[in-house]
Design a protein around this ligand. Structure first.
Ligand code: IPM
Ligand code: MG
Length: 356
Protein backbone atom coordinates (compact mmCIF):
# COMPACT_ATOMS: atom_id res chain seq x y z
CA UNK A 1 0.00 0.00 0.00
CA UNK A 2 0.98 3.60 -0.53
CA UNK A 3 0.55 6.30 2.11
CA UNK A 4 1.01 10.05 2.01
CA UNK A 5 2.42 11.48 5.23
CA UNK A 6 2.84 15.14 6.17
CA UNK A 7 5.93 15.71 8.31
CA UNK A 8 6.18 18.64 10.71
CA UNK A 9 9.61 18.01 12.19
CA UNK A 10 9.59 21.35 14.04
CA UNK A 11 12.31 22.71 16.31
CA UNK A 12 15.04 21.64 18.74
CA UNK A 13 15.47 17.87 18.77
CA UNK A 14 12.34 17.47 16.56
CA UNK A 15 14.18 17.08 13.23
CA UNK A 16 16.80 14.62 14.54
CA UNK A 17 14.35 12.26 16.24
CA UNK A 18 12.06 12.51 13.20
CA UNK A 19 14.90 11.45 10.91
CA UNK A 20 15.30 8.20 12.83
CA UNK A 21 11.55 7.66 12.83
CA UNK A 22 11.38 8.00 9.06
CA UNK A 23 14.29 5.64 8.53
CA UNK A 24 12.55 3.05 10.70
CA UNK A 25 9.27 3.51 8.83
CA UNK A 26 11.03 3.12 5.49
CA UNK A 27 12.70 -0.07 6.67
CA UNK A 28 9.31 -1.43 7.77
CA UNK A 29 7.80 -0.37 4.46
CA UNK A 30 10.49 -2.24 2.57
CA UNK A 31 9.97 -5.34 4.69
CA UNK A 32 6.20 -5.42 4.18
CA UNK A 33 5.91 -3.88 0.72
CA UNK A 34 4.43 -0.47 1.61
CA UNK A 35 5.63 2.86 0.35
CA UNK A 36 5.48 6.02 2.38
CA UNK A 37 5.61 9.36 0.64
CA UNK A 38 6.60 12.27 2.88
CA UNK A 39 5.85 15.94 2.45
CA UNK A 40 7.85 18.16 4.79
CA UNK A 41 6.12 21.29 6.02
CA UNK A 42 7.04 23.94 8.56
CA UNK A 43 5.35 24.46 11.90
CA UNK A 44 6.48 26.09 15.16
CA UNK A 45 9.53 28.29 15.62
CA UNK A 46 11.05 27.47 12.25
CA UNK A 47 7.83 28.65 10.56
CA UNK A 48 7.91 31.86 12.59
CA UNK A 49 11.45 32.49 11.37
CA UNK A 50 10.57 31.83 7.74
CA UNK A 51 6.97 33.08 7.43
CA UNK A 52 6.39 35.16 10.54
CA UNK A 53 3.69 32.78 11.82
CA UNK A 54 3.84 29.43 13.63
CA UNK A 55 1.23 27.64 11.53
CA UNK A 56 1.07 28.76 7.90
CA UNK A 57 -2.08 27.96 5.90
CA UNK A 58 0.01 25.80 3.56
CA UNK A 59 1.01 23.53 6.45
CA UNK A 60 -2.63 23.01 7.45
CA UNK A 61 -3.62 22.31 3.84
CA UNK A 62 -0.87 19.73 3.31
CA UNK A 63 -1.73 18.00 6.61
CA UNK A 64 -5.43 17.89 5.72
CA UNK A 65 -4.66 16.37 2.33
CA UNK A 66 -2.45 13.62 3.81
CA UNK A 67 -3.25 10.18 5.16
CA UNK A 68 -1.61 11.16 8.42
CA UNK A 69 0.72 13.65 10.10
CA UNK A 70 3.99 13.06 11.94
CA UNK A 71 5.13 15.79 14.29
CA UNK A 72 8.51 16.14 16.02
CA UNK A 73 8.43 18.94 18.59
CA UNK A 74 7.98 22.69 18.53
CA UNK A 75 9.30 25.60 20.56
CA UNK A 76 12.51 26.97 22.04
CA UNK A 77 13.94 29.85 24.04
CA UNK A 78 14.26 32.01 20.97
CA UNK A 79 10.48 32.37 20.64
CA UNK A 80 9.57 32.31 24.33
CA UNK A 81 8.85 36.00 24.64
CA UNK A 82 6.43 36.25 21.71
CA UNK A 83 2.73 36.93 22.42
CA UNK A 84 0.43 33.89 22.88
CA UNK A 85 -0.97 33.69 19.36
CA UNK A 86 2.49 33.90 17.77
CA UNK A 87 4.19 31.30 19.93
CA UNK A 88 5.43 28.03 18.39
CA UNK A 89 2.94 26.04 20.55
CA UNK A 90 0.21 27.66 18.47
CA UNK A 91 1.25 25.29 15.65
CA UNK A 92 0.38 22.28 17.80
CA UNK A 93 -2.86 23.67 19.14
CA UNK A 94 -3.84 25.00 15.71
CA UNK A 95 -3.25 21.64 14.01
CA UNK A 96 -5.17 19.77 16.69
CA UNK A 97 -8.10 22.15 16.21
CA UNK A 98 -7.95 22.43 12.41
CA UNK A 99 -7.75 18.66 11.93
CA UNK A 100 -10.46 17.96 14.52
CA UNK A 101 -8.17 15.71 16.57
CA UNK A 102 -10.15 15.62 19.78
CA UNK A 103 -8.82 12.37 21.25
CA UNK A 104 -5.25 12.16 22.46
CA UNK A 105 -3.95 8.70 23.32
CA UNK A 106 -0.87 8.61 25.53
CA UNK A 107 0.20 5.11 26.50
CA UNK A 108 2.61 4.87 29.44
CA UNK A 109 4.20 1.45 29.42
CA UNK A 110 7.16 0.49 31.55
CA UNK A 111 9.54 -1.79 29.67
CA UNK A 112 10.84 -4.29 32.20
CA UNK A 113 14.40 -3.54 31.07
CA UNK A 114 13.88 0.05 32.22
CA UNK A 115 12.43 -0.72 35.64
CA UNK A 116 15.61 0.74 37.15
CA UNK A 117 15.03 4.09 35.40
CA UNK A 118 11.56 4.45 36.93
CA UNK A 119 11.76 6.78 39.94
CA UNK A 120 9.21 4.73 41.91
CA UNK A 121 10.23 1.97 44.31
CA UNK A 122 10.58 -1.39 42.51
CA UNK A 123 7.80 -3.00 44.57
CA UNK A 124 5.34 -0.37 43.32
CA UNK A 125 5.93 -1.22 39.66
CA UNK A 126 6.86 -4.89 39.76
CA UNK A 127 3.49 -5.95 38.33
CA UNK A 128 4.14 -3.84 35.22
CA UNK A 129 2.82 -0.39 34.41
CA UNK A 130 0.56 -0.17 31.37
CA UNK A 131 -1.65 2.89 31.43
CA UNK A 132 -3.45 4.55 28.54
CA UNK A 133 -4.29 8.19 29.14
CA UNK A 134 -7.11 9.35 26.86
CA UNK A 135 -6.98 13.12 26.94
CA UNK A 136 -9.61 15.41 25.41
CA UNK A 137 -7.63 17.60 23.03
CA UNK A 138 -9.69 20.30 21.35
CA UNK A 139 -11.79 21.73 24.17
CA UNK A 140 -11.66 23.00 27.72
CA UNK A 141 -9.58 25.97 28.77
CA UNK A 142 -7.10 25.46 25.96
CA UNK A 143 -9.75 26.47 23.46
CA UNK A 144 -12.25 28.38 25.62
CA UNK A 145 -12.56 32.13 25.64
CA UNK A 146 -9.49 33.88 26.99
CA UNK A 147 -8.72 37.47 27.67
CA UNK A 148 -7.76 40.26 30.02
CA UNK A 149 -9.71 42.87 31.89
CA UNK A 150 -9.25 45.58 34.46
CA UNK A 151 -10.45 44.86 37.98
CA UNK A 152 -10.07 46.67 41.31
CA UNK A 153 -7.28 44.18 42.03
CA UNK A 154 -5.43 45.33 38.91
CA UNK A 155 -5.27 43.66 35.53
CA UNK A 156 -6.86 40.19 35.44
CA UNK A 157 -6.59 37.36 32.90
CA UNK A 158 -8.89 34.43 32.25
CA UNK A 159 -9.12 31.16 30.31
CA UNK A 160 -12.60 29.67 30.33
CA UNK A 161 -12.99 25.96 31.01
CA UNK A 162 -16.01 24.98 28.89
CA UNK A 163 -17.26 21.61 27.67
CA UNK A 164 -20.37 20.75 25.71
CA UNK A 165 -22.28 17.48 26.01
CA UNK A 166 -21.23 16.37 22.54
CA UNK A 167 -17.57 17.06 23.24
CA UNK A 168 -17.66 14.96 26.37
CA UNK A 169 -19.73 12.22 24.76
CA UNK A 170 -17.26 11.59 21.95
CA UNK A 171 -14.19 11.51 24.18
CA UNK A 172 -15.97 9.34 26.75
CA UNK A 173 -16.95 6.90 23.98
CA UNK A 174 -13.33 6.80 22.84
CA UNK A 175 -12.27 6.03 26.40
CA UNK A 176 -14.78 3.18 26.71
CA UNK A 177 -13.90 1.79 23.26
CA UNK A 178 -10.22 1.68 24.17
CA UNK A 179 -11.00 0.12 27.53
CA UNK A 180 -12.98 -2.59 25.68
CA UNK A 181 -9.85 -3.43 23.65
CA UNK A 182 -7.74 -3.56 26.82
CA UNK A 183 -8.58 -4.66 30.36
CA UNK A 184 -12.09 -3.16 30.45
CA UNK A 185 -11.32 -0.77 33.28
CA UNK A 186 -11.89 2.95 32.80
CA UNK A 187 -11.04 5.66 35.32
CA UNK A 188 -12.74 8.98 34.74
CA UNK A 189 -10.81 11.93 36.17
CA UNK A 190 -12.55 15.23 36.87
CA UNK A 191 -13.06 17.81 39.62
CA UNK A 192 -16.80 17.65 40.03
CA UNK A 193 -16.69 18.61 43.70
CA UNK A 194 -15.76 22.12 42.57
CA UNK A 195 -16.15 22.69 38.83
CA UNK A 196 -19.47 23.01 37.01
CA UNK A 197 -17.79 21.86 33.78
CA UNK A 198 -16.73 18.69 35.62
CA UNK A 199 -20.30 18.10 36.84
CA UNK A 200 -21.54 18.10 33.26
CA UNK A 201 -18.53 15.97 32.28
CA UNK A 202 -19.29 13.39 34.98
CA UNK A 203 -22.99 13.14 34.11
CA UNK A 204 -22.23 12.58 30.42
CA UNK A 205 -19.63 9.91 31.25
CA UNK A 206 -22.23 8.13 33.39
CA UNK A 207 -24.73 8.32 30.53
CA UNK A 208 -22.26 6.89 27.99
CA UNK A 209 -21.30 4.16 30.48
CA UNK A 210 -24.73 2.58 29.93
CA UNK A 211 -23.59 1.61 26.42
CA UNK A 212 -20.61 -0.27 27.88
CA UNK A 213 -21.87 -2.48 30.71
CA UNK A 214 -18.77 -4.68 30.48
CA UNK A 215 -16.42 -1.86 31.39
CA UNK A 216 -15.70 -1.31 35.06
CA UNK A 217 -15.90 2.45 35.58
CA UNK A 218 -14.57 4.44 38.48
CA UNK A 219 -14.10 8.15 39.13
CA UNK A 220 -11.32 10.13 40.76
CA UNK A 221 -10.92 13.82 41.44
CA UNK A 222 -7.83 15.04 39.66
CA UNK A 223 -5.88 15.84 42.83
CA UNK A 224 -6.55 12.36 44.20
CA UNK A 225 -5.77 10.81 40.79
CA UNK A 226 -2.32 12.38 40.76
CA UNK A 227 -1.68 10.83 44.17
CA UNK A 228 -3.12 7.39 43.33
CA UNK A 229 -1.01 7.24 40.16
CA UNK A 230 2.12 7.36 42.28
CA UNK A 231 0.79 5.03 45.01
CA UNK A 232 -0.74 2.30 42.86
CA UNK A 233 0.32 2.76 39.21
CA UNK A 234 -0.18 -0.87 38.27
CA UNK A 235 -3.91 -0.79 39.06
CA UNK A 236 -4.77 1.66 36.27
CA UNK A 237 -5.84 0.63 32.79
CA UNK A 238 -7.45 3.50 30.83
CA UNK A 239 -7.85 7.06 32.15
CA UNK A 240 -10.21 9.47 30.41
CA UNK A 241 -9.98 13.15 31.25
CA UNK A 242 -10.15 16.74 30.08
CA UNK A 243 -7.54 18.63 28.10
CA UNK A 244 -5.80 20.38 30.99
CA UNK A 245 -6.00 17.46 33.46
CA UNK A 246 -4.75 15.09 30.74
CA UNK A 247 -1.85 17.40 29.98
CA UNK A 248 -0.72 17.23 33.59
CA UNK A 249 -1.47 13.57 34.34
CA UNK A 250 0.18 12.33 31.15
CA UNK A 251 3.46 13.97 32.12
CA UNK A 252 3.15 12.33 35.53
CA UNK A 253 2.41 8.95 33.95
CA UNK A 254 5.36 9.39 31.60
CA UNK A 255 7.74 9.14 34.52
CA UNK A 256 6.60 5.58 35.21
CA UNK A 257 8.18 4.64 31.89
CA UNK A 258 11.60 5.79 33.04
CA UNK A 259 11.80 8.86 30.82
CA UNK A 260 9.51 11.20 28.95
CA UNK A 261 11.75 10.27 26.00
CA UNK A 262 9.87 6.95 25.84
CA UNK A 263 6.32 8.23 25.46
CA UNK A 264 4.53 8.29 22.09
CA UNK A 265 1.11 9.77 21.39
CA UNK A 266 -1.66 9.65 18.85
CA UNK A 267 -4.16 12.43 18.26
CA UNK A 268 -7.29 11.18 16.55
CA UNK A 269 -10.56 12.51 15.24
CA UNK A 270 -13.46 10.67 13.67
CA UNK A 271 -11.67 9.72 10.45
CA UNK A 272 -8.44 7.90 9.70
CA UNK A 273 -6.31 11.03 9.69
CA UNK A 274 -4.29 11.32 12.87
CA UNK A 275 -1.28 13.22 14.16
CA UNK A 276 1.49 11.30 15.86
CA UNK A 277 4.10 12.88 18.07
CA UNK A 278 6.31 12.18 21.06
CA UNK A 279 4.94 13.55 24.35
CA UNK A 280 8.27 15.27 25.07
CA UNK A 281 9.09 18.77 23.91
CA UNK A 282 11.81 20.24 21.72
CA UNK A 283 14.55 20.07 24.42
CA UNK A 284 16.61 22.94 22.95
CA UNK A 285 19.36 22.34 25.53
CA UNK A 286 20.32 19.03 23.91
CA UNK A 287 19.39 19.75 20.28
CA UNK A 288 21.91 18.93 17.56
CA UNK A 289 24.16 16.87 19.82
CA UNK A 290 23.01 13.39 18.80
CA UNK A 291 22.00 12.54 22.37
CA UNK A 292 18.18 12.80 22.27
CA UNK A 293 16.13 9.63 22.71
CA UNK A 294 14.31 8.87 19.42
CA UNK A 295 12.20 6.05 20.91
CA UNK A 296 9.10 8.15 21.72
CA UNK A 297 9.02 9.39 18.13
CA UNK A 298 9.67 5.94 16.67
CA UNK A 299 6.87 4.48 18.81
CA UNK A 300 4.63 7.30 17.57
CA UNK A 301 5.38 6.08 14.06
CA UNK A 302 4.22 2.63 15.17
CA UNK A 303 1.00 4.16 16.52
CA UNK A 304 0.44 5.79 13.12
CA UNK A 305 0.75 2.43 11.37
CA UNK A 306 -1.78 0.96 13.76
CA UNK A 307 -4.37 3.69 14.20
CA UNK A 308 -4.31 5.48 10.84
CA UNK A 309 -3.27 2.72 8.45
CA UNK A 310 -4.58 -0.40 10.20
CA UNK A 311 -1.13 -2.03 9.92
CA UNK A 312 -1.16 -3.74 13.32
CA UNK A 313 1.49 -6.32 12.52
CA UNK A 314 3.90 -3.73 11.16
CA UNK A 315 3.37 -1.60 14.28
CA UNK A 316 4.09 -4.58 16.49
CA UNK A 317 7.35 -5.22 14.65
CA UNK A 318 8.55 -1.73 15.61
CA UNK A 319 7.44 -2.10 19.24
CA UNK A 320 9.14 -5.47 19.50
CA UNK A 321 12.36 -4.08 17.99
CA UNK A 322 12.39 -1.31 20.62
CA UNK A 323 11.92 -3.87 23.41
CA UNK A 324 14.66 -6.05 21.97
CA UNK A 325 17.17 -3.22 21.73
CA UNK A 326 16.42 -2.23 25.34
CA UNK A 327 16.75 -5.84 26.43
CA UNK A 328 20.13 -5.93 24.69
CA UNK A 329 21.19 -3.15 27.05
CA UNK A 330 21.35 -0.16 24.70
CA UNK A 331 20.35 3.20 26.20
CA UNK A 332 20.29 6.84 25.25
CA UNK A 333 21.56 9.26 27.91
CA UNK A 334 18.12 9.90 29.47
CA UNK A 335 17.63 6.22 30.34
CA UNK A 336 21.26 5.28 30.86
CA UNK A 337 22.34 3.53 34.04
CA UNK A 338 25.62 1.92 35.00
CA UNK A 339 26.28 -1.37 33.28
CA UNK A 340 24.24 -0.51 30.17
CA UNK A 341 25.57 0.62 26.78
CA UNK A 342 25.18 4.32 26.04
CA UNK A 343 24.36 5.21 22.43
CA UNK A 344 23.39 8.39 20.58
CA UNK A 345 20.23 9.26 18.65
CA UNK A 346 21.44 7.88 15.32
CA UNK A 347 22.89 4.72 16.77
CA UNK A 348 19.65 3.99 18.66
CA UNK A 349 17.68 4.44 15.42
CA UNK A 350 20.04 2.13 13.57
CA UNK A 351 19.82 -0.55 16.24
CA UNK A 352 16.04 -0.47 16.09
CA UNK A 353 16.13 -0.80 12.29
CA UNK A 354 18.53 -3.71 12.48
CA UNK A 355 16.22 -5.52 14.90
CA UNK A 356 12.97 -5.13 12.98
C1 IPM B 1 1.57 18.53 25.28
C2 IPM B 1 2.26 19.86 25.44
C3 IPM B 1 1.39 20.91 24.78
C4 IPM B 1 0.07 20.95 25.51
C5 IPM B 1 2.01 22.31 24.72
C6 IPM B 1 3.39 22.31 24.11
C7 IPM B 1 1.12 23.28 24.00
O1 IPM B 1 2.52 20.12 26.77
O2 IPM B 1 1.35 18.11 24.12
O3 IPM B 1 1.28 17.91 26.29
O4 IPM B 1 -0.06 21.62 26.55
O5 IPM B 1 -0.87 20.29 25.05
MG1 MG C 1 2.04 18.53 28.07
Amino acid sequence: MNFKIAVVAGDGIGPEVMEENIKVLNAVGEKFGHSFEYEYVLGGGCAIDKYGEPLPRHTIDVCKASDSVLLGAVGGWKWDTLPGNLRPEKALLGLRGALGLYANLRPATLHQALAGACPLKPELVKDGVDIMVVRELTGGMYFGEKGRKQTDMGEAAYDVEIYSEEEVKRIARRGFEIAMQRNKHLTNVDKQNVLESSRLWRSVVLEVAKEYPEVELDHLYVDNASMQLIMRPTTFDVIVTSNIFGDILSDEASQMTGSIGMLPSASLGDGKLGMYEPVHGSAPDIAGQDIANPIATILSGAMMLKYSFGLDEEAKVIEDAVTKVLDMGYRTADIYSEGTKKVGTKEMGKLIRENL
